[in-house]
Design a protein. Structure first.
Length: 457
C-alpha cells in the first residue's frame, strides 16, 4: 500500500509558532557574525580556532567589536596571547585506521516511512539480507586493524536490522570473541524501528552493553502518520509495548530515542517531553535535509520553526538542570559537551575516515547513508578498503575547502555538515546550525556556574 504524504504544516498559523519563529530569526541574525575568527555571545568570547570560550568583560567585548569592524581580529588575538599555530592544519589528513563500521544487515524494512534515506530499507534496489559470512569478515577486518588496548565499534543498521536477527547476534558474538583474543574493546550499537524487539533481544543487548537507538517521530498521532506499517497501520503502540523490556532491563545498555524532524512533526518540545517521560535515557532530534525523493525535506521557514522549538526544549533542559532534575535532550547535551572539551574538527563526523558503512553484499562506503551510492564508494570486502578513495574524500571534504564554511565562525564545531546531505542538497541549513550553536554557547555560559557549584572538592 502506498502511504499518503502528511500535509505540510502551515508555519505561522498559531501564536506559539509565531513567537518561536521570531525568536529563531533573532538568533539567526545574532549568529551571522562578519568574522570567521571570533564570535561574541552573552559576555563570552568564542575563538573559532580550537573552539575556545573565554569570559569577556565589557571592555574586551568593545575591543573585539572594534577589531571585527576593522578586520584586525588576528592582531587582537595575538595581542591577547590567543594566536599561534592553528589547531586545525590545512593539509589533508591521511586515511586513519578504521575504528567503526556499520553493517546494513537487513536492506529491507516492515515500515513505510516515505522520507527514509534508505528508501524504505532497500536503498532503491532489491530487498536483501546480509549473509553471515559478510558480517563475520567485516568484524574480523575491523578487529585485525585495531591496536591492542584500543576500542572499536560495530553498529547494526538497515532497513530494520532485527529482520536479520540471526546474523546480528552471530556477528556480535564473533566480534566480542575476536576482540577478547586481541585485547581490543568492542562496543556495539543498533538503530531499530522497535517493532520487532523481543524480550530476549533486551537480554542480548544488555549482556553486550549495546547502545540501542529507537526511531520514533513523536507522540502516537504524529508518529503513526509518519512511520506506519506498509499497509498503513500505525506502529506507535506496538513499539511502546516492545521497548518496555529494553527500558526496564537497561543497566549496561543505553536506550535512546531518535526523532527525524520533517514538516509533519515540528513539535520538538512536545515530543521530547513525552519520550523523556516514557523513560528513554536520551532523546535527540535530527532535521530531514535530504531525502531520496525530496519528500519531507525541511525548507527555510520550517527550519525557523525547528530552531525555535529546539531552543524552547533547550530552555527546559536548563530549567530542570537548575532544579536538580534530568532532562536528557541529546542535542543540547552533546553540544555542551563538545563546547566544554573544545572540540575542533575539519569534518562533521568520521565518515570515510575512521568509520565505514558495509552493504549486504560487502561493498564499503563512507557511511551507512552511502550504501548503494557511488558518491561515497570506499572499496569492498573482496578488493579491500580503497585508501585512494578515502584520501581523496578527506582532501575534498575538508572544511577549509568548503564554502561558506571557511568563512564561518562555527566551522570547527559544525565540521561542514553531513556529507551525504551536502553532496545531494547543498547547505540549506547554515543559518539554522549557527543559530543553534549561538544558543548553545549562551546556555553553556549560563549552566557553567551550576556545574562548578556541584563539583566535588
Amino acid at each position: 500500500m502506498t502511504t499518503v504524504a502528511p500535509p505540510r504544516r502551515r508555519v505561522g498559523d498559531d501564536d506559539r509558532t509565531t513567537v518561536l519563529r521570531a525568536e529563531a530569526r533573532a538568533l539567526m541574525d545574532a549568529a551571522r557574525s562578519p568574522s570567521a575568527e571570533v564570535h561574541l555571545v552573552e559576555g563570552q568570547l568564542f575563538v573559532a580556532d580550537g573552539s575556545r570560550v573565554y569570559d569577556a568583560a565589557p571592555a574586551l567585548v568593545a575591543e573585539v567589536e572594534r577589531s571585527v569592524a576593522a578586520g584586525s581580529e588576528h592582531e587582537l588575538l595575538d595581542r591577547l596571547g590567543l594566536g599561534g599555530e592553528p589547531f586545525v592544519a590545512d593539509a589533508p589528513l591521511a586515511p586513519p585506521p578504521v575504528h567503526a563500521v556499520s553493517l546494513a544487515v537487513a536492506q529491507t524494512c516492515n515500515l513505510g516511512c516515505t522520507y527514509c534515506y534508505a528508501q524504505q530499507g532497500d536503498f532503491g534496489g532489491t530487498a536483501k539480507q546480509m549473509p553471515l559470512d559478510v558480517a563475520e569478515r567485516t568484524v574480523a577486518l575491523l578487529v585485525a586493524g585495531a591496536e591492542p588496548g584500543s576500542s572499536v565499534n560495530v553498529a547494526f543498521l538497515g532497513g530494520e536490522p532485527l529482520a536479520n536477527r540471526r546474523v546480528l547476534r552471530a556477528a556480535t558474538e564473533r566480534a566480542a570473541a575476536l576482540g577478547a583474543e586481541r585485547g581490543v574493546r568492542v562496543t556495539f550499537s543498533v538503530t531499530t524501528n522497535g517493532t520487532l524487539v523481543r524480550p530476549d533481544d533486551a537480554e542480548f543487548f544488555e549482556r553486550h552493553g549495546f547502545a540501542v537507538t529507537v526511531s520514533l517521530d513523536g507522540p502516537r498521532d504524529v508518529h503513526d502518520r509518519l512511520r506506519p506499517y506498509r499497509d498503513g497501520r500505525g506502529s506507535f503502540d506496538t513499539i511502546m509495548e516492545r521497548v518496555v523490556p529494553l527500558l526496564a532491563g537497561a543497566r549496561r545498555m543505553q536506550v535512546s530515542a531518535r526523532v527525524t524532524v520533517t514538516p509533519g512533526n515540528l513539535m520538538v518540545r512536545r515530543t521530547v517531553d513525552e519520550l523523556v517521560e516514557r523513560g528513554f535515557s536520551s532523546v535527540g532530534v535530527s532535521p530531514m535535509l535530504s531525502a531520496p525523493n525530496g519528500h519531507g525535506e525541511l525548507q527555510a521557514a520550517e527550519l525557523e520553526v525547528l530552531l525555535g522549538e529546539m531552543v524552547d526544549t533547550g530552555r527546559e533542559h536548563e530549567r530542570r538542570a537548575w532544579a536538580g532534575e534530568r532532562y536528557p535532550f541529546a542535542n543540547l547535551e552533546n553540544a555542551l559537551r563538545e563546547i566544554d572539551r573544545g572540540t575542533h574538527r575539519p569534518f562533521p563526523c568520521g565518515a570515510g575516515a575512521g568509520y565505514l558503512g558495509v552493504s549486504a553484499e560487502g561493498d564499503l562506503s563512507a557511511c551507512h547513508r552511502f550504501v548503494g551510492d557511488d558518491a561515497g564508494a570506499m572499496g569492498s570486502l573482496d578488493d579491500g578498503i580503497d585508501d585512494v578513495a578515502r584520501a581523496g574524500w578527506l582532501a575534498d571534504r575538508h572544511v577549509h575547502r568548503q564554502e561558506p564554511c571557511r568563512s564561518c565562525w562555527a566551522r570547527y564545531l559544525c565540521g561542514g555538515g553531513c556529507h551525504h546531505e551536502v553532496i545531494h542538497r547543498g547547505r540549506p541549513a547554515c543559518d539554522f546550525i549557527r543559530g543553534w550553536l549561538h544558543y548553545c554557547l549562551g546556555a553553556y555560559g549560563r549552566l557553567l556556574p551550576l556545574r562548578e557549584a556541584t563539583k566535588g572538592p
